[in-house]
Design a protein around this ligand. Structure first.
Ligand code: 26V
Length: 813
């Protein structure tokens, strides 16, 4: 397809909006407020995207194209209106239409609720990747769950996190297309019968069945008429059950019965700190995976009428282990339901699947008790045992008599209660396995998956993460985008690698001035948001120092707090020194059961209370915690940041993607030698980034040498002063012991993430940040070089690598 402006829009956008106000929304155009206007704008955009969608689908069906299916429990989409308008090239017209209704486009867009169907990095990556797939014109589908409630909304009450539900569908969403007639049965429980007659497939006598109903979201490509589909499944009680129960007249029981089925797609598990061990989670995983695979096979059958060419036509990607059961489910569907021989089905399965790992933390690797799997998915457990048997035969042939390697590689962990290792199932069932940054992929093959890598070295590759420049630069930062257009032309909008042409502009004083003015305007905007959300006045001229991400010990928000307290104490000790004014900005959610993470939020709040009100500070330090971090809040924060905090313990952050969004918007990174920070450093240059602290091997060595945080603190008066202040209640005078637990976890709890070991290096790097800030021209030069160096971190580059090296797929633009 070629890219032509739509014949009907843009001239007709205003007309379409009037039409939808009157006919779809049901309001007189003159009386429409921002929510009604949002609904009408969305309908106008939806109509045009739908036209493209239908055309593209028909072409793909006609050509029987090879497709990729991206299976993910999470898609953290955010808002869709701005993105849709941009894809259609209608932002200008939309702004004019908004003005005709005496509104700004921003006022209208901000009434759209976020689709927050994800926890953090993994879910947002899936959303960026959908955008990249559509934009590259890959025939592609995302598959996931249509959660009735997304990620909880975070409130802060008296410094504490409170969680509220997120009923994002309460008023409906203009973006979904219920696919009447597209539904699949998903079965659970029961037992398996094996027939006497040879060759007959086993019969799964299931105990329960739910109906998975398809709801599609259109995923617009940019600079192309191609669109992709995100198909989300909603669980519904099968119609006949509905009828029987309700006809019996016992409505309460009928409703309860119905709930048993429909609860599967009610709520996103809001936990990225420990894998959820609950049965409902396993049901969710199987529910969406089974529905998706049935859907894929149905589409394939319709086009080909055979399954022996499935792997030629279909690539299925597993976003982490959450859809891992798909390996067993595809085997079940092919062998039990479609009569394919086991060996043929296995050869197909191995060619179809690929798998991305997103975390090294051993405690994060999913396993399910064999007993639970037997109860929920008895046939799948049998299939997993058979896959494991065949696999262990191979292991035995490779390393004869090596019981240790058998135990380590087995799909079943037999060390305690027997458990199925979902990552092992993914690796055995896939032809490619990747990590998400160079360091992470390297550590995977050298640590957690080392035995597998010895067995199948070619299976393991790296694909460094990327972010979509549409949302994270063009939409979030129109000021910088226009400036880039003026300097280097608009080519970067289609190919982010072209940003490298910006480098010479760092030497242009006039350009630097304009760059700083754009940043200042973005900071004024964020300052207003901070005032609204936190009731704290911050100075847009101060250095905006930003750490935004899930709250986790390994991400070390507490290290940032320790440094902030050190700075506060230093200001009090030398009130007349030349302090660089700083605004330290935090945002992020803590898992509801993660006590330490919640304490960190409380400490940030308490430090803010003291510091922000201390007149001796004279506004040279402010500390704010922005509640309810989300995609739309991130869009306000990224363009306004001066300093990006990426300070995880080396070897713990698989990649990070916030680090990419911030640098792309001209923030300088202060960070450890971890995840994608390492590659950012390679691309922006050593002189334009503040890397500090222990590296991965040194982290291991420090721990191995018997790290003693107490010793370290005894020898370091600055750290001691900071810890004593926090532990003695300097920031919690109403409850002096409130933060002793956090301090004790460092002093007496072993300081597992080595905050104290890295403290001095971190503080020294922060001093270098201050020195640079005092020279605005030098700062601007480096910030511009950061933008210039970030071209490689586009989701389009990542997706191009997946398409070439993993999915063997070509774009149709
Ligand atoms: C993390 C952890 C951390 C330790 C304790 C248990 C646990 C359980 C789950 C998780 C989340 C894993 C999935 C995830 O969100 N990973 C993130 O994926 C991003 C996209 O690849 C990547 O940029 C982040 O570095 C990675 O944390």
């Amino acid at each position: 397809m070629t890219h032509q402006p739509s014949p009907t829009l843009p001239a007709a956008l205003a007309k379409a909006i009037e039409h939808h106000l009157l006919h779809t929304v049901g309001v007189a155009p003159g009386e429409a407020g921002p929510p009604e206007l949002m609904a009408a704008f969305a309908q106008a955009v939806r109509a045009e995207l739908s036209r493209r969608w239908v055309a593209g689908e028909a072409a793909d069906r006609r050509d029987r194209v090879r497709r990729v299916y991206y299976l993910s429990m999470e898609f953290l989409i955010g808002r869709s209106l701005g993105n849709g308008l941009q894809a259609l090239g209608l932002q200008g017209e939309a702004a004019t239409s908004a003005a005709e209704h005496a509104r700004t486009l921003e006022d209208i867009e901000s009434t759209e609720p976020d689709a927050g169907l994800g926890n953090g990095g993994l879910g947002r990556l899936a959303a960026c990747f959908l955008d990249g797939m559509a934009t590259l014109g890959l025939p592609s589908y995302g598959y996931g769950i249509r959660y009735e409630f997304g990620m909880f909304a975070q409130g802060i009450q008296a410094g504490r996190q409170v969680e509220r539900p997120d009923p994002w569908l309460a008023d409906g969403t203009p973006w979904e297309f219920p696919r009447i007639g597209v539904h699949h049965p998903v079965r659970f429980g029961g037992w398996v019968e094996h027939s006497e007659s040879p060759g007959a497939p086993p019969l799964w006598r299931h105990a329960a069945e739910v109906d998975a109903k398809a709801f599609d979201h259109v995923v617009p490509g940019h600079g192309t008429e191609r669109v992709s589909t995100l198909r989300l499944w909603k669980a519904a009680a099968p119609a006949q059950i509905d009828l029987t129960a309700f006809n019996s007249g016992d409505y309460a029981r009928a409703a309860e019965f119905k709930n048993q089925f429909e609860n599967i797609s009610w709520v996103l598990y809001p936990n990225d700190s420990t894998p959820a061990g609950r049965e409902l989670r396993l049901r969710q995983e199987y529910f969406f995976t089974s529905a998706s695979l049935q859907d894929i096979l149905a589409r394939h059958w319709l086009e080909h009428g055979r399954f022996d060419n499935l792997a030629d036509q279909v690539a299925i990607h597993l976003n982490d282990t959450h859809p891992a059961i798909g390996v067993a489910e595809l085997m079940r569907l092919l062998v039990d339901e479609h009569g394919v021989a086991w060996a043929d089905a296995w050869a197909t399965t191995r060619r179809v699947f690929s798998y991305t790992n997103h975390t090294l933390m051993p405690e994060a690797l999913e396993t399910w008790p064999v007993a639970l799997m037997q109860h929920v998915l008895p046939r799948h457990l049998e299939i997993i045992f058979r896959i494991n048997h065949d696999f262990l035969v191979l292991v035995e042939a490779t390393w004869p008599g090596d019981g240790d390697v058998q135990r380590r590689l087995s799909l079943i962990d037999e060390s305690g209660e027997r458990r199925v290792r979902m990552a092992h199932l993914c690796i055995v069932g896939s032809h490619k396995v990747n990590g998400v940054s160079a360091l992470h992929s390297d550590l995977l093959v050298r640590t957690v998956f080392a035995d597998f890598a010895r067995l199948w070295p070619d299976r393991f590759i790296n694909v460094t993460n990327g972010v979509t420049p549409r949302r994270w630069l063009m939409q979030a930062n129109p000021g910088l985008s226009t400036l880039l257009d003026d300097a280097i032309g608009t080519g970067w909008r289609r190919d982010l690698a072209k940003l490298d042409a910006l480098a010479p502009w760092a030497e242009d004083a006039d350009f630097r001035q304009r760059f700083l003015e754009v940043k200042r305007a973005n900071k004024r905007h964020l300052a207003r948001t901070i005032d609204t959300l936190c009731h704290v006045a911050v100075d847009p001229a101060s250095l905006f120092d930003v750490q935004v991400k899930r709250i986790h010990e390994y991400k070390r928000q507490l290290l940032n707090v320790l440094h902030t307290v050190a700075r506060y104490r230093a200001i009090l000790a030398e009130p007349d020194a030349d302090w660089v004014p700083r605004t330290v900005i935090f945002a992020g959610k803590a898992a509801s059961s993660y006590h330490t993470a919640k304490q960190v939020i409380r400490l940030i709040h308490d430090v803010g209370q003291v510091v922000n009100h201390d007149v001796r500070v004279r506004d040279r330090l402010k500390v704010v915690f922005l509640p309810n971090y989300s995609v739309s809040l991130a869009e306000a924060i990224m363009p306004a940041a001066d300093l990006s905090e990426q300070i995880s313990t080396a070897g713990t952050e698989a990649s990070g993607t916030g680090n990419m969004k911030l640098a792309l918007n001209g923030a300088l990174t202060i960070g450890t030698d971890d995840g994608a920070n390492i590659e950012i450093r390679q691309h922006v240059g050593d002189d334009n980034i503040f890397i500090f602290g222990l590296r991965t091997p040194e982290v291991a060595a420090t721990r191995a040498a018997g790290y003693q945080p107490l010793r370290l603190v005894e020898a370091n008066p600055r750290v001691r002063g900071v810890l004593e202040a926090i532990a003695s209640g300097a920031f919690s005078p109403d409850e002096p012991a409130r933060h002793r637990g956090l301090v004790d976890s460092l002093l007496w709890g072993g300081d597992h993430y080595l905050l104290l070991a890295d403290f001095e290096a971190y503080a020294a790097a922060q001093s270098r940040v201050d020195d640079l800030w005092r020279d605005p021209q030098a700062w601007a030069r480096k910030a511009i070089l950061n933008v210039a160096g970030m071209g490689a971190f586009s989701a389009d580059r990542s997706i191009g690598e997946y398409a070439r090296e993993v999915w063997h797929l070509e774009g149709r633009r």
